[in-house]
Design a protein around this ligand. Structure first.
Ligand code: 2KA
Ligand code: SF4
Ligand code: MG
Length: 235
């Protein structure tokens, strides 16, 4: 008798989770599109202005889920965009890659974008995962974050046209550093400048962009902080 094929390898891999929810994407080129968010627990950075401190210790993961359970949960929603975020969603190496592969297999999803913090080398993921559905949004942490020394500069030249390179800008010093990084490390990705909600009024960031003639850079406002309370979770 023929053996019934077993579950795929990734079926029982477990990951610590914060939340899975559906809302509109608040950032980047897909801002405004209905999007499913999968937020993993854990981060290797501690940015001063972090707005998701509930995604790493001393907070605890909401629950541990198998990739199979995550896929089941994602399938309940109708959005075709998915944002894999955290915390740091690539923190778990092979396990993170297996999750991405399982998400790629969901036919209804047309775009899977991964919000990664710039402190993880994305080479392994890029080499292993070739689906055109997958896009990387790499944060480049500037001095105000307190984590700029952890940036993996090699990531910048690996990014492709469909990827995004996000700079969260808290001060004029951060702005100057972002401009310097873009000059020194040419990238194919779309550069996004995002103001730190508390310390950089958006009009000031726009003024700086225009003064410096940054015609390739796109202003990135966090729509979800305008639509909902900036401290709200799951939106
Ligand atoms: N609406 C909405 N858009 C987002 N884009 C990136 C987010 C994140 O937390 O990574 C986020 C988020 O938390 N909410
Ligand atoms: S990388 Fe993201 S989740 Fe981690 S500390 Fe920085 S802002 Fe917070
Ligand atoms: Mg957020």
């Amino acid at each position: 008798m023929r053996q019934v094929s077993a579950n795929p390898d990734w079926y029982n891999i477990k990951l610590p989770m914060v939340e899975i929810f559906e809302t509109v994407e608040g950032e980047g080129t897909r801002a405004g599109f209905p999007t499913i968010f999968v937020r993993l627990f854990g981060c290797n950075l501690r940015c001063t202005w972090c707005d998701t401190k509930y995604s790493y210790p001393p907070e605890e993961a909401d629950r541990v889920m198998t990739i199979s359970q995550i896929v089941q949960e994602v399938r309940k929603y109708r959005s075709t965009h998915l944002c894999l975020t955290g915390g740091e969603p690539l923190l778990y190496g092979e396990k993170s890659a297996a999750l991405i592969e399982a998400l790629i297999d969901i036919d209804s999803l047309t775009d899977i974008h991964i919000e990664t913090n710039g402190a993880i080398d994305i080479s392994m993921f890029m080499d292993r995962i070739s689906s055109p559905k997958v896009r990387y949004i790499v944060d480049y942490k500037l001095p105000d974050s307190g984590e700029t020394d952890k940036m993996v500069l090699g990531n910048l030249m690996k990014l492709r046209e469909q990827d995004e390179l996000k700079f969260v800008i808290g001060s004029e010093q951060d702005f100057a550093e972002a401009v310097r990084v873009l000059e020194q490390y040419p990238t194919m990705a779309l550069p996004l400048f995002s103001p730190v909600w508390e310390t950089m009024p958006p009009h000031k960031l726009v003024q700086l962009m225009l003064e410096h003639g940054l015609s390739r850079v796109k202003l990135n406002m966090q729509l979800h902080k305008i639509i909902w309370d900036p401290a709200a979770r799951g939106v």
